[in-house]
Design a protein around this ligand. Structure first.
Ligand SMILES: Nc1ncnc2c1ncn2[C@@H]1O[C@H](COP(=O)(O)OP(=O)(O)O)[C@@H](O)[C@H]1O
Ligand SMILES: N[C@@H](CCOP(=O)(O)O)C(=O)O
Length: 334
């Protein structure tokens, strides 16, 4: 674990795979990226192991795929990010080796080397950040047009009821009486879920930690496409409204939400049906993240390397959408 290239990896972080200098050199020998100069684990992230890699050719991110990302889906994710880069969208692009391969293996696990995307994510986004993020999301939807591969949304509306069927006990442990409330939401969502909205490639996890900004506050780019799939484009906006526009006290920031929509519509105006569907889409998007968080919360043993994300945060967002659906009928964007 010690080596010329390695910084000390701090305790409690999402780097599950250790890589020796020799393994790194073997991997890099297939690429034209020069010799490694520095290599260290990155603390953020919960799905994969990420390493900051500096070589004679510049800065890169080595991502080693852990068991949560299905290996047979990696060509879709890698193909999509290459497509986006080729169509002018700022995202991390996988490097290809001399044989034209992006998907490689290290220590028996699949991996890929990505271009380093400059910029920083923000923890407490302002309305101005939301506007920029909205622009970035519409640009993503447009840049992905024409990408030929498809992937169904395996965490879409049809998956929620079967998923929750196994989580009643966890819901009750979180908050007594919650299981019946969630069942009520699921029924309501199943009845009201829109079927014919414009669809295409969606990011499906467009959260503040996956969006980078330049120092002047403008949108810099997007990472982490491992939930990307084909679904209603407006559903992606709904995911983002939930993730970006709630305050720490649980209130919905309508100014930020309108700013996000206005940013989005500078590139891709919504049609009437998409706008009208935003309340139900936002309710459903809150359900999706509540369910995966509830699942992870129940499945994570105490003292695990990665602390699960709080399902109660999304239980509160569900309650907001349940009791005030008109909130997300955002009116005309400012
Ligand atoms: N291409 C990239 N350029 C710059 N930083 C990156 C890049 N990819 C990942 N990172 C960094 O690694 C962290 C974790 O990456 P992410 O893909 O979100 O992992 P996970 O899927 O495990 O959550 C990000 O928060 C970011 O700091
Ligand atoms: N955004 C999801 C969790 C996925 O984590 P990421 O680090 O891969 O973006 C949530 O908040 O539940």
């Amino acid at each position: 674990m010690t080596g010329r290239l390695r910084s000390r990896i701090p305790h409690r972080m999402a780097v599950y795979t250790d890589i020796t200098d020799e393994e790194l050199n073997t991997l890099l020998a297939d690429f034209d990226l020069g010799a490694p100069l520095a290599f260290k684990g990155i603390a953020e992230g919960v799905e994969n192991s990420n390493f900051l890699l500096e070589t004679e050719a510049g800065r890169f991110i080595l991502t080693v795929y852990e068991k949560r990302v299905r290996e047979d889906e990696l060509p879709y994710f890698l193909g999509l990010t290459r497509w986006l880069a080729q169509h002018g969208y700022p995202s991390a692009t996988p490097m290809i080796d001399r044989a034209g391969e992006a998907l490689k293996r290290v220590r028996g696990k699949p991996c890929a080397i990505f271009s380093f995307l400059p910029g920083l994510s923000v923890r407490r986004p302002s309305a101005a950040h939301c506007r920029q993020a909205g622009e970035g999301l519409a640009r993503l939807h447009l840049a992905a047009e024409g990408f030929a591969m498809t992937r169904a949304n395996d965490l879409g509306q049809a998956a929620w009821a079967p998923m929750f069927a196994k989580l009643h006990g966890d819901a009750e442990a979180l908050k007594p009486g919650l299981a019946a409330v969630i069942e009520g939401d699921l029924e309501r969502l199943a009845k009201a879920w829109p079927q014919d909205l414009p669809s295409g490639v969606i990011h499906a996890d467009y959260f503040p930690d996956n969006v980078f900004f330049n120092p002047d506050g403008t949108f810099a780019g997007t990472i982490d496409f491992y939930f990307a799939c084909n679904d209603a484009l407006a559903y992606d906006i709904a995911v983002a409204l939930n993730a970006w526009c709630f305050e720490a006290d649980g209130s919905f920031n309508i100014t930020s939400a309108r700013a996000m929509l206005a940013g989005y519509e500078t590139h891709r105006p919504l049609n009437r049906a998409e706008r009208d569907a935003l309340p139900v889409l936002a309710h459903g998007a809150a359900m999706r993240f509540f369910l995966t968080r509830l699942h992870d919360w129940g499945a994570t043993p105490p003292g695990a390397l990665v602390r699960p994300k709080d399902p109660l945060e999304y239980e509160r967002k569900l309650a907001v959408h349940r009791s005030a659906p008109d909130l997300v009928l955002l009116g005309e964007a400012s």
